[in-house]
Design a protein around this ligand. Structure first.
Ligand code: FAD
Length: 325
C-alpha cells in the first residue's frame, strides 16, 4: 500500500477547501493509499487534524510551532522536511496556492524529486497515473506521467471535488515536535488586502469587473450581484490600473488564476492576458455593450448591453427568483 502525504493549508484557524481537494486528489492517485493529512501552524491544530480525516484522510500529523504562525519558506520547509523524513511517503499532494507554489519546488529540490505543478485533473491509465495540467496560459492541456521516484504534485484549487464530509469518520491525529532553526525571513505583520469573503482562487462564483465599469462606485452593483449569488468580486487589470479596485482582485496572466463554476465578466474586453486567468471557468457569462468584444468568443452566454442596466436588472430578477423558490 502506498503512502501519500497531503499538506493542508489553514487560514484563520480553519482548513482551506483546497486541503480537502488535495485529499480527494490523493485518493484519485491511489484509491488504496494511506492518506496522511499534514497541518502546520502555531495554534492548537487538533480540530483541523480531525477535520481533514472527516474529508477522507486516514490519519493526520499536526506540527505546532510558534515559528509556523505565518508562512515562511524556511520554517515551513524545515517542518515539512522533518515530516517527510519520518513518514517516507510515496507521494505528496498540495494545493497550487501561493504557499504551495512557493514551498513545493523548494522541497522537490531538497528531495531531488520531480514535481508536477498545477494539475487540474488526474486520470488512471492502467498502471500509470496521468496528471492533466494547462499550458500556454490555458490554451492547451498536457498529460504528464511520473515514471519513477516520488509522486509530487500540486493541484489547482476548485478543480478536483472534495470527498463528502463524513462526521463519523475518525483516525489517529499525531502531534509531531519539530526543531525549527534559523529562519531568514521574519514576518512582522500581515495586512490583508483582499476583501472579506471567499478567496478568489477558491470561489465558486465570480463577478469580475473591467474598465467598462468606469469607477470605484461602478463596482457597487457587482458586489450586490455577488451577494445574491453567494459569489465574490474580481477584476481585470484594466480596472485595477484605473484604480477602481485593489490589485488583490486582479485575474489573469499576472493576477490570480481562477476556475469557478460561474464567471460573469462585466465590461471586460477579453484580452488574452485576462483569458489566461479565467478561460477554464465552467460557465462564462459576458456582459458587454460591444458585440464584437473578444470576451464573447469564450463566453457560454453573452448579454450585449449596457452593464449599468443589465447588472441591476439581473440582481433584481435573481432576488425575485430566490423569493419565489
Ligand atoms: C504583460 C501583460 C500582462 C497582463 N496581465 C493581465 C492580467 O493578469 N489580467 C488582465 O485582466 N489584464 C492583463 N493585462 C492587460 C490586458 O492586456 C488588457 O489591457 C486588460 O485586460 C484590459 O482590461 P479591460 O478588459 O477591463 O479593459 P478594456 O480592454 O478597456 O475593455 C473594457 C470593455 O468594457 C466594455 N464596456 C465599456 N462600457 C460598457 C458599458 N457601459 N456596458 C458594457 N460594457 C462596457 C467595452 O466594450 C470593452 O470591451 C496584461 C497586459 C500585459 C502586457
Amino acid at each position: 500500500m502506498s503512502k501519500l502525504l497531503v499538506f493542508g493549508e489553514s487560514m484563520e484557524g480553519t482548513l482551506r477547501n483546497v486541503s480537502f481537494e488535495a485529499v480527494a486528489a490523493a485518493k484519485k492517485i491511489d484509491a488504496d493509499a494511506e492518506v496522511v493529512g499534514v497541518i502546520f501552524g502555531s495554534e492548537d491544530l487538533k480540530e483541523q487534524g480531525e477535520e481533514i480525516i472527516r474529508y477522507g484522510a486516514d490519519r493526520a500529523v499536526i506540527v505546532q510551532h510558534e515559528k509556523l504562525e505565518n508562512y515562511t519558506a524556511d520554517a515551513y520547509g524545515q517542518a515539512a522536511m522533518a515530516v517527510i523524513q519520518e513518514e517516507s511517503p510515496d507521494g505528496i499532494v498540495m494545493g497550487h496556492t501561493s504557499i504551495g507554489k512557493d514551498l513545493t519546488p523548494k522541497l522537490a529540490t531538497k528531495l531531488d524529486s520531480g514535481l508536477i505543478s498545477d494539475g487540474v485533473d488526474i486520470d488512471n491509465e492502467g498502471d500509470n497515473v496521468a496528471f492533466i495540467r494547462p499550458i500556454y496560459s490555458g490554451k492547451a492541456f498536457e498529460k504528464k506521467i511520473i515514471t519513477e521516484g516520488l509522486t509530487f504534485v500540486t493541484i489547482r484549487p476548485n478543480n478536483i471535488k472534495p470527498l463528502e464530509r463524513n462526521e463519523s469518520r475518525s483516525g489517529e491525529v499525531t502531534a509531531k515536535h519539530v526543531d525549527i532553526g534559523d529562519i531568514r525571513t521574519v514576518i512582522k505583520d500581515v495586512i490583508s488586502k483582499a476583501s472579506d469573503g471567499v478567496d478568489l482562487s477558491e470561489a465558486n462564483v465570480i463577478i469580475a469587473g473591467g474598465r467598462g465599469v468606469k469607477s470605484k462606485e461602478g463596482f457597487e452593483p457587482l458586489y450586490e450581484l455577488a451577494e445574491v449569488l453567494g459569489g465574490t468580486v474580481g477584476a481585470s487589470r484594466g480596472a485595477c490600473d484605473a484604480e477602481y479596485c485593489d490589485y488583490a482582485l486582479q485575474i489573469g496572466q499576472t493576477g490570480k488564476v481562477v476556475t469557478p463554476d460561474l464567471y460573469i465578466a462585466v465590461g471586460i474586453s477579453g484580452a488574452i492576458q485576462h483569458l489566461a486567468g479565467m478561460s477554464n471557468s465552467k460557465v462564462i457569462v459576458a456582459i458587454n455593450k460591444d458585440p464584437e468584444s473578444n470576451i464573447f468568443n469564450v463566453a457560454d452566454y453573452g448579454i450585449v448591453g449596457d452593464l449599468f442596466e443589465v447588472v441591476p436588472n439581473l440582481t433584481e430578477e435573481l432576488k425575485q427568483l430566490k423569493l419565489n423558490v
